[in-house]
Design a protein around this ligand. Structure first.
Ligand code: PBG
Length: 351
């Protein structure tokens, strides 16, 4: 033992015997945790209603609400019911909705041609919501999966999802969505070059103020299952989406991919799914400084609901903790099926 080791050991012994303060000194981390007021005063991150985007599912018909078995508490709604939901969301202070359609089988084909119908279900919903509740933001999803008979996000030819042809369709679909009044176009398909093509198409059509929220880093995840039931693609999808979504193992590639979207003109970036990819949220925020959103996807939602129903966890507390985690990781907001529930808790001052 050197003399230095000896004196350190001796110091520790004395301190332990007399007063812990000799060791901790000014490093007492618990001081600020001691009372509720000081915990509030030193809290670094907050979840507010302004952070919430509510994804909703639209079905054809009038006056229909259809529960989704795999997503307890979430329903598909006809356009008129979606308008009521939008009004409720606006009253709660939720800034924006994201809409997803579940269309009849007769509207699904090999190329997703229904995406190009100017008055398709998604555009009907946008028109109705923007007319009745103009102050809520409407974010529309651009991808072909709700409209293809194979459930893939792009056009399938000879076993391949063809990139450039799909991008041309997506850009045209985006213009129809903007014509219907969408405020933000959110491409969720992961084709290469789609952000630039959509930006050009929107500008050419005079939609300079319509933003693009890119699903910049969308991973080939097992957490999308309940969503596929919600939009009716789970029975259709053959194979998986690994030829176009990101490999969950790859962070560097994800950051490069998002960088291309930034160059091509994305206004906001999204990370999807959410909680497994908080490292990516932080990296995108630090790398690009654009608004970053996380999508807490269907599987994440349903797991919390299932855990709560089984009595294993307190669903409300887990929901709020996970939503807060996105903020801590640098996200500006979260797409979450919990939006109304969380908004009500926040309004009650429960968090
Ligand atoms: C596809 C799309 C997906 C989701 C929204 N749009 C993923 C997929 O089906 O592959 C998932 C949303 C969720 O799970 O909540 N364009």
């Amino acid at each position: 033992m050197t003399s230095r080791d000896k004196s350190t050991a001796a110091g520790l012994k004395t301190a332990a015997a007399s007063d812990v303060d000799a060791i901790t000194g000014h490093r007492r981390m618990r001081r600020t945790r001691v009372a509720d007021w000081s915990r509030r005063l030193t809290r670094e991150t907050r979840l507010t209603v302004d952070d919430l985007i509510w994804p909703i599912f639209i079905i054809p018909g009038v006056n229909v609400t259809e529960p989704i078995a795999a997503m307890p508490g979430v329903s598909r709604m006809s356009v008129d019911r979606a308008v009521e939901a939008a009004r409720m969301a606006a009253d709660l202070g939720i800034p924006a909705l994201a809409t997803f359609p579940n269309v009849e089988m007769e509207h699904r084909d090999q190329t997703g041609s229904y995406a190009l119908e100017p008055d398709n279900l998604i555009n009907q919903a946008t028109r109705a919501i923007k007319q009745a509740v103009p102050d809520i933001g409407v974010i529309t999803d651009v991808a072909l999966d709700p409209f293809t008979d194979h459930g893939h996000d792009g056009i399938l030819r000879d076993g391949e999802i063809v990139n450039d042809e799909t991008v041309r369709v997506l850009a045209a679909a985006a213009v129809h969505q903007a014509d219907a009044g969408a405020d933000i176009i959110a491409p969720s398909d992961m084709m290469d070059g789609r952000i630039g093509a959509i930006r050009q198409a929107l500008d050419a059509a005079g939609h300079h103020s319509v933003s693009i929220m890119s699903y910049a880093t969308k991973f080939a995840s097992a957490l999308y299952g309940p969503y596929r039931e919600a939009i009716g693609t789970s029975g259709l999808l053959k194979g998986d989406k690994r030829t176009y979504y990101l490999d969950p193992a790859n962070a560097t590639e994800a950051i490069r991919d998002a960088g291309l979207d930034v160059e091509e003109g994305a206004d906001m970036l999204m990370v999807k799914p959410g909680l497994c990819y908080l490292d990516i949220c932080r990296a995108l925020k630090d790398s690009y400084g654009l608004p970053v959103f996380a999508y807490q996807v269907s599987g994440e939602y349903s797991m919390i609901k299932a855990g709560d129903a089984a009595g294993y966890i307190d669903g409300e507390k887990v929901m709020m903790e996970k939503l807060l985690a996105f903020k801590r990781a640098g996200c500006d907001g979260i797409l979450t099926y919990f939006a109304p529930e969380a908004a009500r808790l926040i309004a009650k001052g429960a968090v």
